[in-house]
Design a binder for this molecule. Structure first.
Ligand code: SAH
Ligand code: SF4
Ligand code: F3S
Length: 455
C-alpha cells in the first residue's frame, strides 16, 4: 500500500496547488471512523480537504445500507456530483462503505452512474491508493467486489474531526443476523481487535488530550469471543479504566442477549465509565422479538435493566426501537410502549422498519399499512417526550460532571455539553471551556435537555 501512497503523492506534488478531497459519511459511528481512516490515507497521498464537494478533486461518498432512505440520499447526491464533474473533468468520484458490499448496488452504479470512478468496500482500504493511482493514470473505472472483511485492519491513522472525542472500534462485523438487518451481510462476521492494540490506541489518544473514548462494536458484549486469551468486554472496560488520565469511557452497542451482571458491575465500579447504557430493545413484544431473531424476551431484558437500577449508580438508559416490523399488530406495539414506560429511557432512537433485500424479513409478507406505522411513531415520540421531560426533572438541584461540546444554540456566552449520564446540559460559560470537564448545578429541565450554572 505504501508504494502506491508515495506514487500518488508524487503525482499530486507536481501540481501547482495541492488537490482537495471531500469525504461525506452517511452512516453510524463506525462508518464515520472509516471516513476518518480514509482521510488519513488521503492526507498521506498529498490531499488537502474541503467541506464543499464542488471544489474537490476527489470525492468519497462513504455509504450506509441500514435503511432505504440512507441509500436514496446517496443516489440523489451522486446526481449532483455529475454536474460538478461536468465542470471539472478531472474530478475523481469514489463510493465506499456498506452499500458497496451489495452486488445490486454495484450493478446499479455500473449501469446508471458511469461517472463514478472507484467503488470499493469496507475491506479495501489498503488497496484504495492503488485504485486512485490507476485512475490518475487513465484507467476508466475500478470496481472492487472483494466482499466484506475477514480480519481486522490495524495501522490506518485517522484524521479525527474532534480534538477531544474519539471513537475506537474494538471489533468489526456481526454474527447475530437479526432478521431485519443488513449489517452482517455487509460487514461480515465478528472479529475482535487485540486488547493490546486497543489499549495502546486509547493510551495514545488520552496522552494527546482526548477526553471521551467511545468504544465501538455492533455487539460489544461478544468482544473477545474469537480471541485466544479469552478477554471479555467487562474486563476490557476495567483495563481501560485503569489507565492514567482524565477521560470518560463510553461504548455502543450492547446486545441484550449477551448483557450480563458482569457488564453492569464493571460499569458501576469503574469511575471513568459513563453511567449510561444504550441497550437496543427493538420491541417490547416477545412474539415480535422472536420474529426478529433477537434471542431474548422482554422479561429477560427488564431483568438487566432492573439489576442496573438496583446498583444505585445513577444509570440512565437509551434504546433503539424498530417500529412496524412486518405484521406488527397494535397489541404488539402496545407491548413496546409498555416496556418504555417500565424502563423510563432518557432517550430513544426510533426507526420505521425498512425492507432490506437479502435479509429474512424481506421475504415476509407485510399487511400493516405504512400510515399505521407512522401513527405508531407519533405515539411513541409523544410518550417518550413525556417521560424525558419528567425524568430530567430529577436532576434539578444536582451537580453533574459535564464534558463541554462547545458553544450552545443561544449564542455567545452559552455552552452545551453532555453529562456522564449522556444528558444534554446547557449553561452559560466561555467557549474556551470546550473539550474540558466542568461541574454544572442543574436549575431546570426542558425537552431533551437540562440547564444549569457552572460551579
Ligand atoms: N448492532 C446494533 C445496531 C446497529 S443498526 C444493535 O444491534 O443494537 C442501528 C439500528 O438501526 C438498529 O438498532 C435498528 O433499530 C435499526 N435498524 C436496523 N435495521 C433496520 C431496518 N431494516 N429498518 C429500520 N431500522 C433498522
Ligand atoms: Fe444488525 Fe442485529 Fe447485528 Fe445489530 S445485532 S448489527 S441489529 S444483526
Ligand atoms: Fe453502520 Fe450503516 Fe454500515 S449503520 S455498519 S454504516 S450499514
Amino acid at each position: 500500500m505504501n508504494s502506491y501512497i508515495d506514487k500518488v503523492k508524487a503525482i499530486n506534488e507536481k501540481r501547482e496547488t495541492p488537490p482537495l478531497a471531500h469525504v461525506h459519511n452517511y452512516g453510524c459511528q463506525l462508518n464515520v471512523t472509516d471516513g476518518e481512516k480514509l482521510k488519513g490515507i488521503l492526507f498521506r497521498m498529498g490531499y488537502g480537504f474541503t467541506e464543499h464537494p464542488e471544489e474537490a478533486d476527489l470525492v468519497i461518498f462513504n455509504t450506509c445500507a441500514v435503511r432505504e432512505n440512507a441509500e436514496e440520499r446517496v443516489f440523489g447526491n451522486l446526481g449532483f456530483l455529475k454536474h460538478y464533474k461536468d465542470r471539472n473533468r478531472e474530478m475523481i468520484i469514489c463510493v465506499s462503505g456498506c452499500m458497496t458490499e451489495q452486488s445490486a448496488v454495484v450493478d446499479k452504479i455500473k449501469s446508471s452512474y458511469k461517472y463514478v470512478d472507484i467503488v470499493f468496500g469496507t475491506n479495501a482500504f489498503d488497496r484504495f491508493p492503488q485504485f486512485v493511482y490507476e485512475v490518475l493514470n487513465g484507467r476508466k473505472h475500478f470496481y472492487d467486489e472483494a466482499g466484506p472483511g475477514k480480519d481486522v485492519s490495524e495501522g490506518n491513522e485517522q484524521i479525527r474531526s474532534s480534538t477531544f472525542k474519539a471513537s475506537v472500534p474494538i471489533m468489526y462485523g456481526c454474527n447475530n443476523f437479526c432478521t431485519y438487518c443488513i449489517v452482517p451481510y455487509v460487514r461480515g462476521r465478528e472479529r475482535s481487535r487485540q486488547p493490546e492494540a486497543i489499549i495502546s490506541e486509547v493510551t495514545k489518544l488520552v496522552n494527546e488530550g482526548y477526553r471521551e473514548i467511545m468504544l465501538l462494536g455492533q455487539n460489544v458484549n461478544s468482544y473477545g469471543n474469537d480471541l485466544a486469551d479469552g478477554i471479555k468486554f467487562p474486563e476490557l472496560l476495567r483495563r481501560i479504566n485503569a489507565l492514567e488520565g482524565e477521560f470518560i469511557i463510553r461504548f455502543m452497542s450492547s446486545h441484550p442477549k449477551d448483557a450480563g451482571k458482569d457488564l453492569i458491575d464493571a460499569m458501576a465500579e469503574c469511575d471513568k465509565v459513563g453511567k449510561f447504557l444504550h441497550l437496543p430493545v427493538q420491541s417490547g413484544s416477545n412474539s415480535v422479538l422472536e420474529r426478529m431473531n433477537r434471542k431474548y424476551t422482554a422479561e429477560k431484558y427488564l431483568e438487566i435493566i432492573d439489576y442496573a437500577k438496583s446498583r444505585n449508580a445513577g444509570f440512565s438508559f437509551s434504546t433503539d426501537i424498530l417500529i412496524g416490523f412486518p405484521n406488527e399488530t397494535d397489541e404488539e406495539f402496545e407491548d413496546t410502549l409498555e416496556i418504555i414506560r417500565k424502563v423510563r429511557y432518557s432517550n430513544i432512537y426510533s426507526f420505521i422498519y425498512s425492507k432490506r433485500t437479502g435479509t429474512k424479513a424481506a421475504l415476509m409478507e407485510d399487511e400493516t399499512p405504512y400510515s399505521a406505522k407512522q401513527e405508531r411513531m407519533q405515539r411513541l415520540l409523544e410518550l417518550q417526550r413525556e417521560i424525558t421531560t419528567e425524568d430530567y426533572r430529577k436532576y434539578i438541584g444536582k451537580t453533574l460532571d459535564v464534558l463541554v461540546d462547545g458553544p450552545g444554540k443561544n449564542g455567545e456566552g452559552t455552552l452545551t455539553g453532555k453529562s456522564s449520564e449522556y444528558i444534554i446540559v446547557n449553561f452559560a460559560g466561555d467557549a474556551s471551556l470546550t473539550g474540558r470537564f466542568v461541574k454544572v448545578k442543574i436549575t431546570g429541565a426542558r425537552n431533551w435537555a437540562v440547564e444549569g450554572e457552572l460551579v
